[in-house]
Design a protein around this ligand. Structure first.
Ligand SMILES: [Zn+2]
Ligand SMILES: [Zn+2]
Length: 192
């Protein structure tokens, strides 16, 4: 199987965000994967995944739809990008989520999702900061893709730290700790 990470728009997403993320993920994961590609088609937003009372989309439903979509296409990994606020279960909001492979292997497809709405300073009525925004998008993307590569939350100084606020998201580094790096190397080493 060709190891491609597909970036998948859900609804309208600025192409500049995807192009920058593609470039950043390509260099970040270059030792593990063949390439990062932008899917030419956009998956539509769904009214059935929208909660009018919360004014948010249900990220759990969206990521499951995405998983089904990439499973049918036999895509290696998919990262959905949505420019809407999302929630999941009891969490008032989430930056992203992922379907973690049941078995600790990379042969079954994996899908993940990030929102970019809450990564923009404008969401908090502050002036935009392009470099900061791009770094946030990259970190959340690495984190959710990390889950699809069977990584769990990590307490080290690591991109796999759980973050429940923008401050926590900003504080975690844009890299894996030694322990998570080793797990990744082992998993990709076992991949045929
Ligand atoms: Zn996580
Ligand atoms: Zn770690």
């Amino acid at each position: 199987m060709k190891k491609v990470i597909y970036l998948q728009k859900i609804g309208d997403v600025d192409d500049i965000v995807l192009k920058k993320l593609k470039k950043n993920l390509n260099s970040f994961f270059k030792e593990f994967i063949d390439s990062v590609e932008i899917s030419p088609d956009s998956i539509p937003l769904k009214v059935s995944e929208y909660s009018p009372s919360k004014r948010q989309y249900n990220g759990s439903l969206t990521v499951r739809r995405l998983y089904k979509y990439c499973n049918e296409r036999k895509h290696f990994r998919t990262l959905g990008i949505i420019d809407k606020d999302i929630f999941s279960g009891e969490f008032k909001f989430i930056f992203g989520n992922a379907i973690i492979p049941k078995k600790q292997d990379l042969n079954s497809p994996g899908a993940s999702l990030i929102q970019i709405k809450r990564l923009k300073e404008g969401f908090y009525n502050r002036p935009e900061n392009k470099a900061q925004f791009e770094l946030r998008v990259l970190k959340e993307a690495i984190h959710e893709l990390g889950h699809t590569f069977c990584l769990e939350h990590c307490n080290n100084k690591c991109v796999m730290q759980f973050s429940n606020s923008l401050l926590e998201a900003d504080e975690k580094p844009a890299k894996f700790c030694l322990s998570c790096s080793k797990k990744l190397k082992d998993l990709f080493g076992n991949l045929d």
